[in-house]
Design a protein around this ligand. Structure first.
Ligand SMILES: C[S@@+](CC[C@H](N)C(=O)[O-])C[C@H]1O[C@@H](n2cnc3c(N)ncnc32)[C@H](O)[C@@H]1O
Length: 303
């Protein structure tokens, strides 16, 4: 299998095929197996708790542990609070995973024995037209995980220069037609809705291509949420809040994030790659959940 995947797959949603209204946790059995091997007490941080699918399975499999559930999205936090209201072992906090050291400190939880990061966005977010993540339904071009701060995707497109927009599309979307698309966006400003953007992109490349749409939408989402900067910051501080021997797992959905995790576990002396180097979903899971197709699970141990 090719080490580097294209970015476009991450727009695929299981809801497209299965018409689900919820998020299906990806490689949940593999994640539970990894954490179950050797852990029976201490703190497990789920830095991207989303709908709480992984968390639910982990809290059942590891009853002696305390779980800290973090998500940047206030709507996810509301759902998590409700889902785990009867589970005193699960503590839920809104925030970025870059804030984990402060949150752990404030709660007096001590260092973590385990951490999970299931990167990207949940199917619930992708499926909600009001969030503006999907090119398949009309809605405001927002795309913020945390809608209480930062610029929306519309603000990015309406305020940044043509060159900046082209760079976003090229670097974060790996889309070769970035300049042509950026020129068309600037010519048609203001751009305020997802379907306005879809029309501009399709017009500029003179065809309807879901691949191009998903690359551009993904690029914008990464830029709006500064996803790669956040990931780099979190990786830099990971050793400060994890114990030696901690089990750490990442699920990535595109090459830009996966490359970072590969280097973390392969080349950083503070971590040891767990074997196998990565895991991909099996055929059964792909039958049930098409979004899992682009997922890769990487596991490492803090040494
Ligand atoms: C793929 S979903 C996680 C799904 C979850 N594992 C489950 O089983 O339901 C990714 C989640 O990460 C959150 N997220 C993205 N960037 C984040 C960040 N910097 N800090 C915390 N959460 C973040 C998103 O809001 C989203 O809910």
């Amino acid at each position: 299998m090719c080490e580097e995947r294209s970015v476009e797959e991450s727009q695929k949603c299981p809801c497209d095929e299965l018409n689900l209204q919820s998020h299906v946790p990806v490689m949940a059995d593999e994640v539970v197996d990894f954490f179950s091997g050797g852990l029976n007490e201490g703190l497990l941080v789920d830095g991207t708790s989303g709908a709480g699918g992984h968390l639910e399975m982990l809290s059942r499999a590891l009853p002696g542990m305390t779980f800290l559930a973090i998500d940047r999205d206030p709507a996810s936090i509301t759902n998590l609070r409700s889902r785990f209201r009867n589970n005193p072992d699960v503590i839920v906090r809104q925030g970025s995973y870059t804030e984990i050291p402060e949150i752990i400190n404030e709660l007096g939880l001590g260092q973590a024995s385990a951490a999970l990061f299931d990167l990207g966005l949940s199917s619930i977010q992708l499926d909600d037209p009001l969030r503006g993540f999907s090119y398949r339904s009309d809605g405001p071009l927002d795309m913020r995980f945390d809608d209480s701060s930062g610029s929306t995707a519309a603000e990015v497109l309406n305020r940044r220069s043509e060159k900046e927009i082209a760079d976003i599309i090229y670097i974060y979307g790996e889309e070769g037609r970035s300049r042509r698309i950026a020129k068309a966006i600037v010519r048609n400003r203001p751009v305020n809705t997802t379907l306005e953007l879809v029309e501009i992109i399709n017009g500029s490349v003179r065809r309807n291509s879901n691949k191009i749409l998903s690359r551009v939408f993904q690029a914008l989402r990464i830029a709006v949420n500064r996803e790669l900067d956040e990931l780099d910051r979190m990786i830099d501080e990971l050793d400060s809040w994890t114990v030696v021997g901690a089990r750490i797992a990442f699920i990535t959905f595109h090459s830009l994030e996966d490359r970072r995790i590969k280097l973390l576990f392969r080349d950083t002396p503070l971590y040891q790659q767990h074997s196998p180097r990565w895991v991909v979903p099996g055929e059964d899971e792909l039958q049930r959940n098409s979004r899992a197709r682009s997922a890769r699970l990487r596991m490492g141990i803090r040494i």
